[in-house]
Unconditional design. Structure first.
Length: 147
């Protein structure tokens, strides 16, 4: 018999307003709009948890891969929140799990996984996750140190 899986904990959340131009001809939020919502959640996480400054930091995280599962449609006027967490912390990359939640129903309407690779802006090559990023993620997410 399979062990029950632990429900992931999302400690970071951000309300997102659905804009008029996010809605397509079918009356629901177009799939492309979700990526903008996830970008907002990603930016807020990176700014407040990692304290990334893209103008002055030599090493910054960039998107290497992004995938989304669209579960339930959203409509203009729905009240949503985007939740973000780090689910995997590697040597040069980490994985962000995100989900959009309809606050009125409490249902997950979409989920997204993004692989972020650390990139050295001076050398233009991938780089190890800086120690301060790793420590910030571990502290915020409650992950035991992997070093």
């Amino acid at each position: 018999m399979d062990e029950p899986k632990e429900t992931p904990v999302y400690k970071h959340s951000m309300p997102v307003q659905i804009r008029f131009n996010d809605v397509d001809q079918y009356g629901h939020v177009n799939n492309n709009a979700y990526f903008a919502y996830y970008d907002l959640g990603k930016q807020d996480y990176l700014m407040h948890v990692l304290r990334v400054n893209y103008r002055t930091s030599e090493v910054v995280p960039v998107i290497a891969n992004i995938n989304a599962d669209f579960i339930i449609p959203l409509f203009h006027g729905d009240d949503i929140v985007v939740e973000t967490r780090v689910s995997h912390l590697g040597h040069k990359s980490f994985t962000l799990q995100q989900r959009a939640i309809n606050r009125a129903t409490g249902l997950e309407v979409c989920r997204c996984a993004t692989v972020m690779v650390c990139f050295n802006q001076r050398t233009k090559q991938s780089a190890d996750i800086p120690a301060e990023f790793r420590q910030a993620i571990e502290a915020f997410e409650g992950i035991a140190s992997q070093s």
